[in-house]
Design a protein around this ligand. Structure first.
Ligand SMILES: Cc1cc2nc3c(=O)[nH]c(=O)nc-3n(C[C@H](O)[C@H](O)[C@H](O)COP(=O)(O)O)c2cc1C
Length: 400
């Protein structure tokens, strides 16, 4: 999994002095989404979405999130090379085998496909292949990769038929703290090399038809040095100049990985400096209320929900409840069981039973936090491998 890292850091509050004086319920009730967002992505009607989460945010998790009110999802970071090789990453992105989730199908839409890589042409070719769902022979994508998009006009992106389009947006990952491979930057390491980062952003934008949005995920910097701040500003501004619809800024540094608080003060300063730009943000969203705290504190337009939604799709439902003035309630045992059954079934459809068993164990551990005897249930989920074992835990602990 390209972007996976230590996610066991216990929740801790973001750096946001004075945030405790904000009433999130009040913010939610009076909030209206910036109309530019649903204009760019029809259906994106609330100020939150499911972030890319390598090893988690597959179609099964996304569909469960959507059924709980999540208006928009991002795939995990798919490596450009994996996509071009037609490997596992692409098979995962191409969900034609999942009956209720064909590309562009009603349940898994609108969707951003996220790509990450080291070479601008390769990223451009991967972006085209992703939105076209590999409609052309492989050599055509290779040609874009080898000669560059502009050098291969016959490689111009074909217009994917509207009914068959799965991705409204291509999101470029310049945030993931993965290690460099053979001294080549990718993900967040591009924040130290702004010229290369901008070349990638340009190549991807040029390769895609205009009605496919391009967006970029960034960290607040590679580290906290003045040089890192300058690099961030260059890449951030270049993205909008190139026509990127928005940036999502994770308010930790690449050096921090996922450890320590995210700095919401950085986001507040960023929106003050760029009042006209659409800016999304990520970092330290653990409960529905945090979404509205972050919006009120920072002035950003929408919030990426990441670790806070693993095993907790109710966070989206609760955010919608807050927006309609309803006090959010924790899920009942019956509601938990329904989700545990549905998520497992969807995961088997997407991943096959053997992989689903292993993947769902990670989710079960997180789902168990909602149970009155959380520790006992967690221990049971750790042992699960098969559908039968999953159902045994449900029958033992989730009968109302
Ligand atoms: C296990 C794991 C996998 C992640 N994978 C991705 C990814 O593929 N793409 C991405 O943009 N961000 C990825 N992230 C970063 C999250 O989207 C998010 O920005 C980060 O976790 C900060 O938000 P949080 O503190 O609310 O969890 C990942 C984070 C974790 C913990």
């Amino acid at each position: 999994m390209p972007c996976q890292s230590n996610n066991a850091t216990p929740p801790e509050p973001a750096i946001a002095p004075g945030v405790e004086s904000i009433d999130p319920a009040q913010v939610a009730r009076t909030f209206t989404i910036d109309p530019r967002i649903p204009a760019l992505v029809p259906g994106f009607d609330a100020p939150f979405f499911q972030a890319g989460l390598a090893g988690y945010s597959d179609a099964a998790m996304r569909i469960i999130a959507r059924r709980h009110g999540c208006p928009y999802c991002v795939t995990e970071a798919l490596l450009d090379r994996t996509l071009l090789g037609g490997g596992k990453g692409f098979a995962k992105a191409n969900l034609e085998n999942l009956a209720d989730n064909v590309p562009g199908g009603a349940e898994d839409h609108p969707l951003a496909g996220q790509i990450m890589g080291s070479d601008p042409n390769e990223m451009a070719a991967a972006a085209v292949k992703l939105i076209e769902q590999a409609k052309r022979p492989a050599h055509e994508y290779r040609k874009i990769r080898e000669r560059g998009f502009d050098a291969a006009p016959e490689g111009k992106a074909v217009e994917p038929s509207k009914s068959n389009r799965s991705f409204s947006t291509i999101d470029v990952n310049l945030a993931c703290p993965v290690k460099k491979i053979k001294a080549k930057a990718r993900g967040g390491h591009w924040l130290r090399e702004p010229d290369g980062a901008i070349d990638i952003l340009r190549a991807v934008r040029h390769a895609l038809p205009l009605e496919i949005n391009t967006t970029v995920k960034l960290r607040r910097g590679s580290d906290d040095s003045p040089q890192a701040a300058q690099n961030f500003d260059r890449i951030f501004n270049a993205a909008y100049d190139l026509g990127y619809a928005w940036t999502t800024v994770h308010a930790r540094t690449v050096e921090q990985k996922y450890v320590g608080p995210s700095r919401w003060t950085f986001l507040k300063d960023l929106t003050a400096r760029h009042p006209d730009k659409i800016i999304f943000a990520s970092g330290d969203i653990w409960q529905a209320e945090d979404i509205f705290r972050m919006i009120a504190f920072t002035g950003i337009h929408a919030v990426a929900v990441a670790r806070g939604c693993i095993g907790n799709p109710w966070i989206f439902q609760q955010a919608r409840q807050l927006m309609t003035g309803i006090k959010p309630e924790p899920p009942t045992i019956a509601e938990q069981r329904q989700v545990l059954e549905d998520h497992f079934r969807l995961s088997v459809a997407v991943n096959g039973e053997a992989l689903a068993g292993r993947l769902m164990r990670k989710f079960g551990i997180r789902f168990s936090a909602h149970h009155p005897t959380a520790e006992a249930v967690r221990v049971e989920f750790i042992k699960v491998n098969t559908t039968d074992e999953w159902l045994t835990v449900l029958n033992e602990h989730y009968t109302a």
